[in-house]
Write a protein that binds this ligand. Structure first.
Ligand SMILES: [Zn+2]
Length: 76
């Protein structure tokens, strides 16, 4: 997830899935509040929405294998 942060206004946008959307939000914010100028301490902050951790991937793989096994046994 990506957020646009304006340190000047102490404002943080809602999280966007796409970095592009956060950047567009930033552009709109700049146009609206800063006359199109880049304010101090503005940033696109990424993170928050997290990728599955390595341990969790194993669970996904295990589920995948179980589903495949289930399909395979049905097919036989
Ligand atoms: Zn601002």
């Amino acid at each position: 997830m990506h957020r646009y942060e304006c340190g000047n206004c102490q404002q943080v946008s809602n999280p966007f899935v796409l970095r592009n959307s956060a950047e567009r939000y930033g552009q709109e914010h700049r146009d609206e509040r800063h006359g199109g100028m880049h304010p101090f301490n503005e940033a696109i902050v990424s993170g928050g929405g997290r990728m599955p951790q390595p341990g969790e991937w194993r669970v996904f793989v295990l589920f995948g294998v179980l589903i495949l096994l289930g399909l395979a046994t049905k097919a036989l």
